[in-house]
Design a protein around this ligand. Structure first.
Ligand SMILES: *Cc1c(COP(=O)(O)O)cnc(C)c1O
Length: 822
């Protein structure tokens, strides 16, 4: 890539200047001499040097937005799965080669120091990574956008695999400090909990209600600059840290109660201590609700403060601010914004409600019933008494308005209510987010359709204009340019440098190259390079040798029953048995690669990890397999590991039970890098099959409608299916008998029993279709010209899956803000 800044006519060259800046940072900010600097010291010095460049553009961006009085976008998310920032920042600033050369002159290797940066893992998986991709795209498109979240001291746990079992260890990304963030102790807001509501008749039309919390703590801002492509604009990710009002109760301390003196501190600060370690299952914990309210309240106070400073009139809020709720985690914003407008700014209820709905919008990420957030009314009353009143009032006005429209259907009124009455009284956060938003979106075409038919069926009937689709995307800067510089180089050679500025449009021009043998050869050579890099990582971490000529068949994502790692594992076992039984068949060598974390409390998912490791150990040690099949489970899946694995994949496994994956985003990352997808018609795989062409993928299995029909008919007992498939029966039997767990032969009995008797995720039901799709993969691999043509076409046609395209749609349809592409 030749995106480097060119040198000025006089003065030091950019490389020399950057080198001097690194040395100055090392000496004055890190306090080290080049002779005794560790890798981490160098990392910090380079990060600080790069940060200087950011700050100039950052101030300029802010000044421009202020001057032009632009509408601002606020993205509220409990998760930001950021990963490392050094290369991201250097690359977007056009300083990557400058920094590499400057470091080389100092005898330091950029590749080494980029590895010492810890992953900022402030998220569980796809939802958090989406927020990070969106931040980068919003900066690239020049939107005046702010991200708001929590500065967790400990991000997602570190996964250690011990004897095949997952163990969770505390993650400590802040141990060596964080050179990217700016602490803003002066930006601090009070956050209340508990207490009561005081009514006061001040002679106005309505009595004045004031919440008097009995517990107050502070939210302190930490800002991280987010730079767009070519440094165009720099936005802010503002993360909140919880602090007690006072660090120490001196009186108690002096009285000898040393622990009691800091009890409040511990209680307050626990709010930003740790990321909730659950993924798409309801947390159901008070601390979680406290986290949600804490960051929502701080963010709303902050943005209202900014709005008043810039515009002086609260009533222009909907014209000057768009607030996006990433899933229901920030849904309490509906009640908090109402409280601010009505109680603090003294706006009349109806007008405040109109302003709230016009300002907020909400993205739904899951239809899984167990993942739909709801909070016990009793907990809400205790923790947020004023908000509970407001929620009751919103509900009452809403039901009244429906009755006024002559809607009296009891079931309908019950289903659109904010209060769930059936299983103890609970507040439905999804309904609250829906009612309080002018726009609700799903994250792929299929998911949005299902949303209209299931969770929000009745609300959709009442408000047919509100739901729209915004299919997810990924940022190509990270998921193509940074992870695959060789492929990016070839693309630039083929299509020109300006491909990098609009890949979502320009990548299509690559299509004719799919028919050029020379280009396909280059493409395959880059894959080999990435596969060798992954193989050496596996060798280093697991001591397992991988044959890079084999198909790298990859499934990396959170471990969840609906994502069906079990289907892949059963295929692995069936393939193993086939190789043993038919040694003379011309088997295509495969490497099965798994990675992913299980929620700490999700026992079945943890058992699946153990099974993957048991199967891997058995197969890898069996000489009769002759290296035709290898299985690896790479521990501690995170963004940095994804960056190594994705460009090395030949085959991308996207095999969720149809109807259950909202979108998926790793499917897009793999396709962009030219892996072929084996997948179900689920989530964004549907759009992929339309845009890339089903003939360049391996689509199999039941459709969402078929799954639904089968569930409705109660056909979940698969005994007959198993009896009818020798291969499936053989694989299940081996797992059940303990072939892979001789130390504990009963370990998987219950698991297999459930697959056969109560196959909710359609693993058995889809097995044969999956097996045959895998044989189509083998056949395609044996025709390299065809395989690599498909691979090139996957890259060429993946442009639409850029998060720039997604953000462009949010900007036009939901936020009503211009982008720099307009
Ligand atoms: C992209 C990404 C995800 C999302 O993966 P899916 O397969 O879409 O669920 C999760 N974790 C990390 C680290 C990612 O980079």
């Amino acid at each position: 890539m030749s995106t480097e800044q060119t040198s000025a006519t006089s003065g030091p060259t950019p490389v020399e200047a950057f080198k001097q800046n690194i040395l100055a940072k090392l000496k004055y900010a890190v306090g080290k001499d080049p002779r005794n600097a560790y890798s981490h010291d160098w990392f910090e010095a380079v990060a600080l040097a790069a940060r200087d460049h950011l700050v100039d553009n950052w101030e300029e961006t802010e000044a421009q937005v202020d001057r032009k009085q632009h509408k601002r976008v606020y993205y509220l998310s409990l998760e930001f799965l950021i990963g490392r920032l050094l290369v991201d920042c250097l690359s977007n600033l056009g300083l990557l080669e400058t920094a590499r050369a400057a470091l080389a002159e100092l005898d330091v290797d950029l590749e080494t120091i980029r590895q010492v940066e810890p992953d900022a893992a402030l998220g569980n998986g796809g939802l958090g990574r989406l927020a990070a991709c969106f931040m980068e795209s919003m900066a690239t498109l020049g939107l005046a956008a702010h991200g708001y979240g929590i500065r967790y001291e400990h991000g997602l746990f570190k996964q250690v695999v011990s004897d095949g079992w997952q163990q969770e260890h505390t993650e400590t990304w802040l141990d060596f400090g964080n050179p990217w963030e700016f602490e803003r102790p002066e930006v601090s807001y009070n956050i209340g909990f508990g207490g009561s509501v005081r009514t006061e008749d001040d002679g106005g039309e309505m009595p004045r209600l004031t919440w008097e919390p009995n517990e107050t703590l502070r939210a302190i801002a930490y800002d991280t600059p987010v730079v767009g492509w070519r440094g165009s604009s720099v936005n802010t990710l503002r993360l909140w840290r919880a602090r007690a009002m006072e660090d120490l109760q001196l009186e108690r301390f002096n009285a000898g109660d040393h622990f009691g003196a800091v009890a409040d501190v511990v209680r307050a600060e626990s709010i930003s201590r740790v990321l909730y370690p659950a993924d798409s299952t309801e947390a159901g914990q008070e601390l979680r609700l406290r986290q949600e309210y804490f960051f929502v309240s701080a963010s709303l106070q902050d943005l209202l403060h900014r709005h008043m400073a810039a515009h002086g009139d609260i009533r222009s809020l909907p014209d000057k601010a768009a607030i996006q709720l990433n899933d229901t985690h920030p849904a309490i914003a509906v009640a908090e914004l109402m409280r601010q407008l009505v109680d603090v700014y003294r706006i009349d209820w109806n007008e405040a409600w109109g302003m709230t709905v016009a300002t907020l919008s909400y993205t739904n990420h899951t239809l899984l019933p167990e993942a739909l957030e709801s909070w016990p009314v009793s907990l809400m009353e205790r923790l947020l008494p004023r908000h509970m009143q407001i929620i009751y009032l919103i509900n009452a006005y809403h039901i009244d308005s429906l009755r006024a429209q002559d809607i009296h259907d009891f079931d309908l009124l019950r289903s659109v209510s904010l209060i769930e009455e059936d299983h103890g009284r609970r507040v439905r956060m999804g309904n609250l987010a829906f009612l309080g938003s002018h726009s609700i979106n799903g994250v792929s075409a299929l998911h949005t359709d299902l949303m209209r038919e299931t969770v929000f069926r009745d609300l959709h009937r009442l408000y047919p204009q509100r739901i729209s689709n915004k299919t997810n995307g990924v940022t190509f800067r990270r998921w193509l340019y940074q992870v695959n510089p060789l492929l990016t180089g070839s693309l630039v050679d083929a299509l020109g440098e300006n491909l990098l500025d609009a890949p979502e449009e320009r990548l299509r021009d690559l299509e004719p190259h799919a028919d050029k043998a020379g280009f396909r050869k280059q493409f395959a050579a880059h894959r080999q390079h990435s596969k060798r890099a992954l193989a050496s990582l596996v060798q280093e971490r697991l001591g397992i040798h991988l044959d890079t000529e084999a198909i790298f068949d990859v499934q990396v994502k959170r471990i969840h029953e609906y994502k069906r790692q079990l289907l892949n594992l059963l295929h692995t076992v069936a393939l193993y048995q086939a190789i043993r039984n038919e040694p003379t068949t011309d088997w295509v060598p495969r490497v099965k690669i798994f990675a992913g974390k299980a929620a700490a409390s999700y026992h079945q998912a943890k058992l699946i990890i153990k099974l993957a490791n048991d199967i891997a150990r058995t197969i890898n040690a069996d000489p009769t397999v002759r290296g035709l099949l290898k299985v690896v489970f790479i521990p501690n899946y995170n963004v940095s590991l994804a960056e190594v694995i994705i460009p090395a994949a030949d085959l991308s496994e996207q095999i969720s039970t149809a109807g259950l994956e909202a979108s998926g985003t790793s499917n897009m990352k793999f396709a962009l890098n030219g892996a072929l997808t084996i997948g179900t018609l689920d989530g964004a795989n549907v759009e992929m099959s339309q845009l890339i062409g089903a003939e360049h993928m391996f689509i199999f299995g039941m459709t969402a409608a078929q799954v639904e029909q089968r569930k409705r008919a109660g056909e979940l007992d698969m005994s007959a299916v198993v009896a009818g498939s020798e291969r499936l029966a053989g694989a299940l039997e081996a797992v059940r008998r303990g072939v892979f767990s001789p130390d504990d032969p009963q370990r998987y009995e219950a698991l297999v029993e459930q697959l056969v008797r109560d196959d909710r995720f359609m693993v058995c039901a889809d097995f044969d279709a999956y097996w045959h799709a895998q044989r189509r993969v083998d056949a395609a691999w044996q025709k390299p010209a065809q395989w690599w043509k498909s691979a090139v076409l996957n890259t060429a046609r993946a442009g639409w899956f850029s998060s720039d395209r997604t953000i462009g749609e949010y900007a036009v349809d939901i936020w009503k803000v211009p982008t720099n592409r307009d």
